[in-house]
Write a protein that binds this ligand. Structure first.
Ligand SMILES: Nc1nc2c(ncn2[C@@H]2O[C@H](COP(=O)(O)OP(=O)(O)O[C@H]3O[C@H](CO)[C@@H](O)[C@H](O)[C@@H]3O)[C@@H](O)[C@H]2O)c(=O)[nH]1
Length: 221
């Protein structure tokens, strides 16, 4: 089924030297290209990605001198990628590389243009501002799209290249932007359940300012 389809996976990474190896070790064989965009990390993320690229020719390590944000790094990854089914995955191990196939399959078989890996893990230990902002933005996005999307913020996604929107956002609002733009482009959006490995010892960098960025993205796009 995947024969003749070029499948790149783009991984934006910021300070993930300890978590990235597990992700890169388990990339499935059918993936043609893995682009790790190290975004001005202050730890050894680039070194790790580079070491993997020397062992596995599919892996490319890109280094941005200054931290420019998740959206900005994803844009850079897209510019370096080739292939018709483009996958995005977080670098922190919250997604299972073994589940990439679940995202790719509906696109390859012509049943969807964008596939979201909908996470159903236990997030009760997440800070309240994260949970609240997620509930509010998700509801607003559903209203805007007039479509039910369960996990609007998942960073684990696949796009058919024709429906890959141009990214303008630099930070976490990128997921909202891409979802809204893809819907406007007429993409058939599908969700598939994926597992989520949530590590409460590690809360991301998402802050209150990001909540306002989400709202901005909702109004803008
Ligand atoms: N390149 C780059 N990557 C970044 C940056 N900030 C975060 N990332 C990467 O983006 C992923 C998620 O970032 P976290 O900071 O760990 O956030 P989270 O709360 O665990 O992520 C969830 O919420 C985000 C915001 O909605 C989502 O983007 C993400 O996919 C996930 O759903 C990680 O792989 C992290 O390395 C950055 O400035 N630059």
């Amino acid at each position: 089924m995947l024969k003749g389809r070029m499948i790149p996976v783009i991984i934006p990474a910021y300070n993930e030297e300890t978590r990235l190896p597990k992700v890169l070790e388990s990339i499935p064989d059918f993936v043609d290209e893995v682009i790790v965009v190290d975004d001005g990390s202050s730890d050894g993320t680039y070194k790790v990605a580079k070491a993997f690229s020397e062992k596995d020719p599919r892996i490319k390590a890109i280094r941005l001198k200054k931290n420019c944000g998740k959206g900005c790094a994803m844009r850079e990854g897209i510019n370096h990628s080739s292939g018709d089914v483009v996958v995005f995955m977080d670098a922190d191990g919250q997604h299972k590389p073994g589940e990439i196939i679940k995202l790719v399959e509906p696109v390859v078989s012509g049943n969807a243009d964008m596939v979201i890996g909908a996470r159903k893990g236990d997030v009760s230990q997440r800070p309240i501002h994260r949970r609240l902002s997620n509930i509010i933005t998700t509801r607003l996005i559903r209203l805007k799209l007039r479509q039910y999307v369960y996990d609007t913020q998942s960073g684990f996604r696949a796009f058919s290249r024709q429906f890959l929107p141009e990214i303008e956002s630099d930070r976490y609002e990128v997921e909202t932007e891409m979802l809204i733009k893809a819907a406007k482009m007429g993409a058939r959006i599908k969700e598939v359940p994926v597992s989520m490995i949530y590590d409460p010892s590690r809360e991301g960098r998402f802050g209150i300012r990001d909540v306002f960025r989400f709202i901005g993205a909702l109004l803008r796009f």
